[in-house]
Write a protein that binds this ligand. Structure first.
Ligand code: DGL
Length: 260
């Protein structure tokens, strides 16, 4: 089946990277809306229209399912897209439940974009999990920019994260949840800064499991060979230098995967 992974930029590659490890026979499409990244600092109306344009393009490619590998786009647009388009649409959800299940009654810091943390969707998630006193929300918008320019573990990244995370009483927290797919590139720096007892959770496995369930996929190999086609806002990426740059993101994700 042709399966699309969609994000504002290269964050969604982290979810696709996980999917490619466990689904050996699918035809993957990755769509990064590079013309419009970042989404997290734009208005909800703008993001909704960007997502709709991407969906129209992907559906015209004949995809059988779309993974919205972007918490921000999920927060703003997944409901509208599901009403509009009759195919399995899988969204991202910050892994707050994973954090709370692993460490009941302990605080969780959910880091995401400004749009995600001020949205109705996360408010409802917190309410449903009865986590009003346990979930704290934090926007880390600069990480999106750092990731897009492949600045993963520079002194500037470390300084930014140290400053942003300095004012938490970490003794009260069990974990930090990465509620933006761009943040997955920074697990090594985060691990360096956070006290060892604070675990790092992402939503990748949960989303891919949901894709397997909703699109009825098999994780055993078939006669089909896995393939990947990449688009930047509707233009296929064929330039060798750009493909090599994308490969660097994937190799970075190989290293980040084991960090928790
Ligand atoms: N990768 C995105 C997310 O998961 C959004 C980043 C952005 O475009 O601001 O929220």
């Amino acid at each position: 089946m042709k399966i699309a992974f969609f994000d504002s930029g290269i964050g969604g590659l982290s979810v696709l990277h996980h999917a490619m490890k466990i689904l050996p026979s699918e035809e993957f499409i990755f769509f990064a809306d590079e013309d419009n990244v970042p989404y997290g600092t734009k208005s909800r109306e703008e993001v909704l229209s960007f997502v709709d344009a991407a969906f129209k393009f992907l559906i015209a490619q004949g995809v059988g399912a779309i993974v919205v590998a972007c918490n921000t786009a999920t927060s703003v647009a997944v409901k509208v897209m599901r009403e509009k388009y009759p195919l399995p649409i899988i969204g991202m959800e910050p892994a707050l439940k994973v954090g709370l299940d692993a460490f009941p009654n302990r605080k969780v810091l959910v880091a995401a974009t400004a749009i995600t943390i001020t949205g109705e969707k996360i408010r409802r998630l917190i309410k449903n999990l009865r986590a009003e006193n346990l979930a704290e929300l934090k926007a880390l918008p600069n990480l999106v920019e750092f990731a897009e320019r492949q600045e993963f573990n520079s002194a500037a990244v470390e300084k930014y994260l140290r400053e942003e995370l300095a004012n938490y009483d970490w003794e009260n927290f069990s974990s930090m949840v990465l509620g933006c797919t761009h943040f997955n590139y920074f697990k090594d720096t985060l691990r360096k800064i956070l006290p060892p007892h604070v675990k790092i959770f992402d939503g990748n496995a949960g989303t891919v499991n949901e894709l397997i369930r909703r699109a009825n996929l098999k994780s055993s190999p078939t006669a089909n060979r896995q393939s990947l086609t990449i688009y930047y806002s509707g233009r296929e990426v064929i330039d060798a230098a750009e493909l090599a740059r994308l490969e660097k993101f994937l190799r970075r994700l190989d290293k980040m995967e084991a960090i928790e």
